[in-house]
Write a protein that binds this ligand. Structure first.
Ligand code: NAD
Length: 500
């Protein structure tokens, strides 16, 4: 059967690609191809950039208050169309309905943050920085911005970027993951319906060809990226070489440190959700537990009991806790990593390999998997697995735990479970990770704070959304002014001017 082909969204309307390449979009719950997506060509990128460039002067000159009103209407439409966006997410990604709804909500909160544009874009002013001299700063848009997003949050991760960028007066081109294009295209239609002028927001599903065309296009001024570390590094280096500002968020290996003084039932509950929610395909998933001292045996028993009860199946079906992973190839890669854990001598406490869901035998399923007594030289520790696999390492002290976390190349998120304020304070201070939870397993900052990791989890300086997002999407200008009356004019001087 020939599958329907999606469009691109350029200059306020759906358009066919000028190229001929397309890719299958799968429903991972059934394993079937459900539609095809265009893979945007260089010519498509040129059209999108031309539309965004043409729309920029008018949008820049639209007052922040008017921009905010369009964002408010967009937010209302996103709420009205929640079910549809949740369905797109479940169908193309495989998340459960509740999980998809939760991530949609977190994305809508970024629109709510961006609705504060008139306040967010206020600069600073100081009177009398010198005698009769004032100084003020402005935050001005950078121009055409591009966003490149991963498969694992079809709605939320694009929303980390474009509402803030557009609120700041920029125009935007989104290149969503070719595995989950439908939600982004629907958001473009809704934003258009909300009154956004044509060309301000464009969506071009595609792959490396489109990405490379964006990274090298002279009219693209800023690039936001979220995805795996090797691609993040490539994006950062290539876009920077072409003179753009870049924020490139990469992969993760998030550790939770569990102290012997922690409430172990509470910790096991929190960790089960954080490890197996969204089949472990979250950049803030806890994939590694560091059990300190006596915490180990009891904790592993509780984790196994909880993981065993997880119901795996199609995410849109009632009562399902965990859906499939994204592709057959990814399922096979995760299974191979589990094989390697067994070969390398870790203790396999719960084995999710080979799981078949009745009536969905072709779906890309894997059961929850738990390893104990993992060591730092094993592949299951060294690699980002990005599947429903939780590994437990044992250490003797908090010092050892902190050293282990800090030695890991990734630095996205981490958590400590403890009843001791002293342990928590020490951890918060010494840990070299961008987002830290204290008895909170997935410390994803709210929209009015900024989201981002350290080390190999972020290439660039500024995190997404919150005020760092505003600073990323604006250039600051500082104006120093004097209005001399004729008699105040002194003799001209060739020395460095000083004020005060
Ligand atoms: P990915 O790196 O394969 O793809 C991300 C985007 O880059 C997609 O739009 C894809 O089309 C494009 N792309 C892929 N290969 C490319 C190449 N060689 N050249 C140019 N562009 C390319 O990531 P994914 O599999 O879609 O997503 C999962 C990864 O994203 C995981 O590593 C996860 O940790 C990470 N992630 C990180 C965060 C974060 O906030 N740090 C958030 C979500 C996901």
């Amino acid at each position: 059967m020939t599958q329907p082909v999606l469009s691109l969204w350029i200059n306020g309307k759906a358009q066919a690609s000028a190229g001929t390449r397309t890719a299958d979009v799968f429903n991972p719950a059934t394993g079937q191809a459900i539609r095809r997506t265009p893979l945007a060509s260089k010519q498509d990128v040129n059209s999108a950039v031309a539309a965004a460039r043409a729309a920029f002067p008018g949008w820049r000159d639209t007052t922040p208050l008017r921009r905010a009103r369009i964002l408010m209407r967009f937010r209302e439409l996103m709420q009205e169309h929640r079910d549809e966006l949740v369905h797109h997410t479940c169908e193309e990604h495989g998340k459960t309905r509740e999980d998809a709804a939760g991530s949609l909500q977190r994305g809508i909160e970024v629109i709510e943050f961006a609705m504060g544009a008139p306040h967010l874009l206020k600069g600073e002013k100081a009177e009398d920085v010198g005698r009769g001299v004032d100084c003020h700063s402005l935050l001005q848009p950078v121009g055409v911005c591009a966003g490149i997003t991963p498969f694992n949050f079809p709605v939320m991760v694009p929303l980390w970027m474009f509402p803030v960028s557009i609120a700041c007066g920029n125009t935007f081109i989104l290149k969503p993951s070719e595995k989950v294009p439908s939600a982004s295209l629907r958001m473009a239609e809704l934003f258009h319906e909300a009154g956004l002028p044509a060309g301000v927001f464009n969506v071009i599903p595609g792959d490396k060809e489109a990405v490379d065309a964006l990274l090298t296009h002279p009219d693209v001024r800023a690039v936001s990226f979220v995805g795996s570390t090797p691609v993040a590094k490539y994006i950062y280096e290539t876009a920077a070489r072409h003179g753009k500002r870049v924020q490139a968020l990469g992969g993760a290996k998030n550790h939770a440190v569990v102290m012997p003084d922690a409430d172990l039932d509470f910790a096991a509950d929190a960790l089960t959700g954080a490890a197996y929610g969204s089949a472990g395909e979250r950049c803030m998933a806890i994939s590694t537990v560091v059990a300190v001292g006596a915490a180990g045996d009891a904790l592993v028993g509780k984790l196994r009991d909880k993981a065993e009860k997880i119901k795996v199946g199609p995410g849109e079906q009632e009562g399902i806790d965990m859906g499939p992973v994204i592709t057959a190839a990814h399922r096979d890669r995760v299974q191979k990593l589990i094989d390697s854990g067994v070969t390398e001598g870790a203790k396999l406490v719960l084995d999710g390999r080979g799981l078949k869901v009745s009536g969905r035998e072709q779906g890309f399923y894997l059961g929850p998997t738990l390893f104990d007594h993992v060591t730092a030289d094993m592949a299951i520790y060294e690699e980002e697995i990005f599947g429903p696999v939780l590994i437990v390492l044992r250490v003797k002290t908090l010092d050892e735990a902190i050293q282990l976390v800090n030695s890991n190349p990734y630095g996205n998120g981490t958590a400590i479970f403890t009843r001791s304020g002293a342990h928590a304070r020490r951890f918060e201070r010494d840990i070299e990770i961008g987002m830290v939870g204290i008895n909170v397993p997935i410390p994803v900052p709210m929209a009015f704070f900024s989201f981002g990791g350290w080390k190999a989890s972020l290439f660039g300086d500024l995190h997404v959304h919150g005020m760092e997002g505003v600073y990323f999407y604006t250039r600051s200008k500082v104006v120093t002014s004097r209005w001399p009356a004729g008699e105040e004019q002194g003799p001209s001087s060739l020395s460095m001017p000083t004020l005060g």
